[in-house]
Structure formats: C-alpha cells, structure tokens
Design a protein around this ligand. Structure first.
Ligand SMILES: C[S@@+](CC[C@H](N)C(=O)[O-])C[C@H]1O[C@@H](n2cnc3c(N)ncnc32)[C@H](O)[C@@H]1O
Length: 367
C-alpha cells in the first residue's frame, strides 16, 4: 500500500485539523483487499484527495475509473499520483455517468453527506455496473444514518452493514436492481421568481429555493445595472438565471467547483431559456478571471467544507472577489448573520447592508 502520510490536500484548503485521507479510506481498501476485490478494473466514487484511487492501484487494481464531484479534488488526486509515482494513465477521471461504472465489479465509495447525492450515485452504480458488482460504501460513523441503508436498498437487493473500525463503518451492497428508475436530475418550479430549478443529487439545496439565495434575490432591483455579472459558487444556477431573466441585456458567468452544480446550472439555464446569456464554467473560485475586471459578483458562500464547518472557503472566495472586482464594481453577498463576515468584506471594500432578517444579512461591497 502507498504511504498515506505522503498525500496532500493541495490545492484544497490545508489546515491542521483537516487530513488528506481518513480511516474510512483505509477501511474500504483493507476490506476490499482481504476479499480479493482489488483486481481488474475498479471504480472509485467520492474519492477526496486520491487515497481511494491510489490506494486501490497500489493494492492490485489494474486501472481505476474515478468520479470526484469537485475539480479541486480531481487536482489533488493528480498531484498525489505524481507524489506516489503513479502515471495518469493508471486512472480515468470521469463525470458521474454510466461510463464511470460500466461493467465494474468492485465500486469503492466515500459516502456523500447528502442522501440525494447518495441516491444518484447508487442509482448510477445499480443501472450501469456489472450484475455481480459489489458496492462498498464507507463513512465516519458520526455522519452516517439508517436512512443511508434505506437509500441503498432502493437500488440493491442486500445491504450489509459491517462492524465499525476506528469510528468508520462500511455498508456492502450487492444485487443491483438494474431496472431501477433513475430520477436524476430533478426539476422544481418556484413561482416566487418564476424559475424552474434543475438539480443533480449532489447540488447544494437540490432543486429547492435556498432561503439565502431568495433573500438576496428579493433585492435584485437594488443590484447595479451592469453588462456582465459573475455568479460565484452557482449551485443549481438560481442567481444567474433569475438575474438573466430580470435583466435582458446582462451576460452572466456561473462558476462552481462541483460538477453536479455546473451540470445542473447549465440545465437550469436551458430550462428557463437563458442558455445564450448564462455561461457555466467548472472552476476553483475565480481562477481565470482577470484581476480588476468584474463589475458585479454575486456570492452565497459555502460554509461547509466536507463534513467540517469551516469558514476558510468563504473567506477565500471573498478575497478572490476582491481581486476580480473592477474599480467601482460590487460584490453582492448573502450570509448567515451569525457568521460575522462583515470584517472580511470591509477588507475588500466599503460595505453597506442592504437587508437583514433573523437569519440572513445581504451586503453590497464596492471595490
Ligand atoms: C451556499 S451554495 C450557493 C449555491 C447557489 N449560488 C445558491 O445561492 O443557492 C455555495 C456553492 O459554492 C460552491 N463552492 C464551494 N467552494 C467553491 C470554490 N472554491 N469555488 C467555486 N465554488 C465553490 C459549492 O459547490 C456550492 O455550490
């Protein structure tokens, strides 16, 4: 096995309380190896920084097809492959599609946090993998619920929980229901903004209207009238599409690290006839956006980093926005009032409060 201690999270946020692998990765790999399941072609789903993919290769897999939702996680796997000496030919990095699981007999999965994300992953495996496939899904016990077993039982004949090891547990699912109905992506219409949202399972908030996004959009008439706008961390595309519908001349760039988000935002744009004025790009923060170029940025920042609540990412995105804003440009931001983002925003420009209710604060920061 590889020396897991050599793996790095970079370019993901690094911090003393955040690791590049966990006891679930090693339990998944040991369990599969002990049962002779690490041979031939393997699929890894939800690998974070490469421990599963590279661990499977060093444990005997000839090739790994890997799906990681985050572009940052894809890059971490690439970097760690170089560190531990695997060629990039040894694995494919693929979107969530039938291709990533096609004919796989062993699928290793880091359980996602959300049940909808798990539902789409399990459906993809059941419908596309080999009939004899063994899906080994693992997570930290404190993040697991019985509802996860129920989701897996929608798509597999049997689900066997394994005993906990170092605070991680595995669920082994067999007997894929190959004719299961795949219900993704899902659509929901929201009369409040006359918009239909489309969402894959792993998207923040699904196809529902996020109350933070809705609070920001309630003040859309106060947004400056600009020829272009950026929707940073676009999720299902709500902010981009409502802005484009309301302002017939604006062109919006929607960006997100998550492939579920960018795929969903594209579908939301098409569903609402806005695809000509909403471009969607999978990117880490505002990479690729020239310094001092953006007249308007909208941000409903993330505050979860994996399973940990970590304000590092929101802080980084606000700093990114500060660099990308054109002189006089504005960052419109909605945030949970208890999070105290005001000083961070003041660091990048003069900030005024547009609205505040018991939960959310909406601010405009001018560069
Ligand atoms: C709170 S959600 C907001 C989604 C949507 N804009 C809304 O208002 O409903 C935050 C989004 O930020 C994305 N995100 C997290 N880290 C990011 C990064 N480094 N670069 C771009 N997007 C990121 C997440 O994937 C998530 O979709």
């Amino acid at each position: 096995m590889i020396d897991f201690g050599r793996l790095r999270r970079a370019p993901d946020i690094e911090a003393s309380n955040l690791a590049a692998y966990d006891a679930t990765d090693t339990y998944l790999l040991d369990f599969a190896a002990e049962r002779g399941l690490l041979s031939g072609a393997i699929t890894a789903l939800g690998d974070r920084h490469g421990a599963l993919t590279l661990g499977a290769l060093s444990g005997g897999a000839e090739h790994v097809r890997s799906h990681q939702d985050s572009i940052v996680h894809e890059r971490a796997l690439q970097g760690n492959a170089v560190t531990v000496g695997f060629s990039s030919d040894a694995f494919d990095q693929l979107p969530l599609s039938p291709e990533v699981v096609r004919d796989a007999r062993t699928v290793l999965m880091q359980l996602p946090r959300g049940l909808d994300a798990l539902d789409e992953l399990a459906a993809t495996v059941a419908v596309g993998a080999h009939p004899d496939t063994v899906l080994i899904a693992g997570g930290r016990v404190k993040h697991m619920t019985h509802a996860m077993n129920d989701v897996l039982l929608r798509y597999f004949d049997t689900v066997e929980p394994q005993h906990a090891r170092r605070k991680s547990r595995l669920l082994v699912a067999m007997g894929p229901k190959r004719d299961a109905a795949v219900q993704w992506p899902k659509r929901q219409h929201h009369a409040r903004f006359d918009v239909t949202l489309v969402a894959h399972g792993a998207v923040f908030g699904g196809a529902a209207l996020d109350p933070g996004a809705a609070t920001l959009l309630d003040h859309i008439d106060e947004f400056p009238d600009t020829p272009t706008a950026i929707d940073l961390g676009c999720g299902n595309g709500i902010l981009s599409v409502v802005l484009a519908k309301r302002r017939p001349d604006v062109h919006v760039l929607a960006t997100d690290v998550s492939s579920a988000a960018t795929t969903s935002a594209r579908l939301t744009a098409v569903e609402n006839g806005m695809q000509d004025r909403v471009d969607v790009r999978r990117a880490d923060g505002l990479e690729g956006i020239p310094v001092g170029s953006a007249p308007l940025i909208m941000l409903n920042p993330p505050f979860h980093l994996g399973a940990a609540v970590h304000k590092g990412m929101a802080e980084r995105l606000i700093e990114d926005a500060g660099r990308a804003l054109a002189p006089g440009g504005e960052l419109l931001c909605v945030w949970n009032s208890h999070l105290r983002y005001r000083p961070l925003l003041e660091r990048i420009g003069r900030t005024r409060q547009i609205a505040r209710n018991s939960t959310f604060t909406v601010t405009a920061t001018r560069a």
